[in-house]
Design a protein around this ligand. Structure first.
Ligand code: ZN
Length: 598
């Protein structure tokens, strides 16, 4: 029996090579993908669907080549000559096939677990439960394919046709019948709800695949014991007659799928490709806009050259340059972005937003690449400048911006030395506060050194280049190059904020307390020491360096408590920021980021 098992294991050696190659590929995709930037819940689910499907087919192939060929190749007489019952031969075959199956489950688990712990977030939640559920589903699906391989092997090549037909049928069915989706790899068997603590998944698919696998093994075993020969012969006969029909069907089906995929692709990219976009050319800009918003877009395009000339004159840039401008969409939380050579505007952008982005473009034209290299030290200045010139052309909310800056000053978050190290500042403070603060700095600069000062500072920035220099030294260098007095400008900046803060009422002073049930964080209660009647908000991030667009906001309820966005938090640490609404402007002023164990 042992000898037979060894012989069977030896016989599937090429299959083992395939298992190793598959596993290496899976490990590589996990090592090369930027999993470090993913929430841990995404690391667990990442590519599990494709992986389960590929491994399923691989194991179907294994099962398909294990049993029936003994009859087909006439080995059965040899086996019958051995002093072993056919039943034991069959058990040895199943055992040999189980070894790579178990190995695959273990390596999959190890790769997922390592990816979570090594590349994943440093403070993330324990992913063991979620990985275990995924592994469980992976196991039953591959087990099902392996069993089906054993069962269908009696039909020869027709077995492959049947499994592929079954899969196609399932996939098409799942497009219409939603309930079918969790039963199939690719369409959603791996869609598991994991809120960081509890994992929920449905049991139907587990039993379905276990049943398929067990049936395959049982049927194949029974056939192997007796009437297999009949099936092998019928299978070959059937195959001959069915082949013609099957090949025809498969070709038709393939063409149909290719056509559907092509139509789908066209549909999803259509508005980008040609259906809805139109181009235009003005003196300095090449435009791309939505045809459906032609009137609005042309109205903006009509003003653009004039706005550009006014921004250029205000900032003092005489160099002409040419840009692509898209009026399609911008990044989330942005009305527009300047991407060096291109401006992207949201499709409902107003002229003021264009002025803001053009101010960025002109500033960049003067300073050159240094603006990128020194971004950490000059971000507040760049945004302040853009806001300043935007407002010069389209005066609007001057007092709003100033009151906002004053409130940030009053909460102790506006000092100049903090502004010049933006990366460090963003870890502790609201990263959008640099807009109103930068604007006040630019106004202080213009007030002390005159309206040509910003351009001179930008030219000085260009001369610094990529030099690795602390923010405050960079600013003394640039201001020195222009013969400006940085200390006087800083004093003016602080004085403006202090003066504006006098117009503000007493502001809320917020602290949070994490509410726990059985030691697990479930909510955040907000206290205001100053007992103001302001609207309050909680904001959460998953990691210290999460992007603004990944922040989660929760309103403070009647019980002064915010719910936690548990499903979005993958760390062991809870990061929160408390904010209050500034009544005069409607904007929220956020305090420092605070962390607490989850
Ligand atoms: Zn900007």
């Amino acid at each position: 029996m042992i000898a037979l098992f060894t012989k069977e294991s030896h016989g599937i050696r090429p299959f083992w090579y395939a298992v190793v190659a598959f596993t290496l590929w899976f490990a590589l995709t996990h090592a090369l993908d930027p999993h470090a930037q993913m929430p841990r819940s995404d690391v667990v689910t990442d590519s599990m669907d494709d992986w389960t499907f590929s491994c399923g087919l691989l194991f179907f192939f294994l099962g398909h080549s294990m049993v029936a060929h003994e009859y087909r190749d006439g080995h059965i007489e040899f086996l019958d000559g051995l002093p072993l019952s056919r039943w034991k031969v069959y058990v040895a075959k199943v055992g040999a096939a189980m070894l790579p199956f178990v190995a695959m489950i273990i390596t999959t688990g190890i790769i997922k677990w390592l990816a979570c712990w090594l590349a994943g977030a440093p403070h993330a939640l324990d992913p063991t439960a979620a990985i275990a559920i995924h592994l469980g589903l992976f196991s039953v699906v591959t087990f099902g394919f392996l069993g089906l391989g054993f069962g269908f092997s009696w039909l020869g090549g027709l077995g492959w046709g049947l499994i592929l037909l079954g899969l196609f049928f399932g996939l098409f069915l799942s497009l219409e019948v939603v309930a079918v989706r969790p039963y199939l790899p690719i369409t959603g068997i791996m869609e598991i709800a994991w809120d960081g603590a509890d994992v929920t998944q449905v049991w139907g698919p587990v039993f379905f695949w276990l049943f398929l696998g067990m049936s395959g093994f049982t049927v194949s075993g029974l056939l192997f014991l007796g009437p297999g020969e009949f099936f092998v012969r019928t299978g070959s006969w059937l195959l001959g007659s069915v082949r013609v029909v099957a090949v025809g069907c498969a070709t038709l089906m393939f063409l149909l799928i290719a056509l559907l995929a092509f139509v789908g692709l066209l549909g999803s990219f259509a508005d980008r490709l040609w259906v809805d976009t139109e181009t235009a050319q003005t003196e300095h800009f090449h435009w791309l806009y939505r045809r459906s918003l032609e009137q609005e877009s042309l109205a903006l395009i009509d003003q653009a050259e004039d706005i550009n000339a006014r921004v250029a004159a205000a900032i003092g840039n005489e160099e002409e340059f040419y840009l692509d401008i898209e009026i399609l969409s911008a990044a989330r939380y942005h009305a527009g972005v300047y991407l060096g050579g291109k401006i992207r505007l949201a499709d409902d952008s107003e002229a003021a937003v264009l002025a803001h982005e053009l101010a960025h473009a002109h500033a960049y034209e003067i300073s050159g690449w240094s603006a990128h290299h020194q971004f950490d030290h000059v971000r507040f200045f760049e945004e302040g400048l853009a806001d300043y010139y935007e407002n010069l052309l389209f005066p609007s909310d001057a007092s709003d911006s100033k009151l906002m800056a004053a409130a940030i000053w009053k909460t102790g978050q506006a000092r100049f030395d903090m502004l010049v190290e933006d990366d460090t500042r963003s870890v502790k403070h609201d990263m959008t506060q640099v807009y109103p603060l930068g604007r006040q700095f630019v106004e202080a600069l213009v007030h002390v050194e005159g309206k040509d000062a910003p351009a001179c500072v930008l030219r000085a920035l260009g001369d610094v280049g990529a030099e690795d220099i602390a923010g405050i030294s960079l600013w003394y260098t640039m201001m020195g190059a222009c013969d400006y007095d940085l200390d006087a400008v800083i004093a003016q900046y602080h004085a403006r904020l202090e003066h504006a803060a006098e117009d503000l009422d007493v502001l809320p002073s917020l602290t949070g307390q994490v509410v726990r049930e059985d030691g697990v964080a479930v909510g955040l209660t907000v206290f205001d020491e100053n007992h103001r009647d302001a609207s309050l908000i909680c904001r959460f991030r998953d990691e210290e360096n999460s992007e603004l667009r990944d922040y989660e906001h929760r309103n403070v309820g009647g019980d002064r408590t915010c719910d936690l966005p548990t499903a979005r938090l993958s760390g062991k640490t809870l990061w929160y920021q408390l904010g209050f609404q500034l009544e005069s402007t409607g904007d929220f002023v956020y305090g420092e980021w605070t962390s607490a164990p989850l």
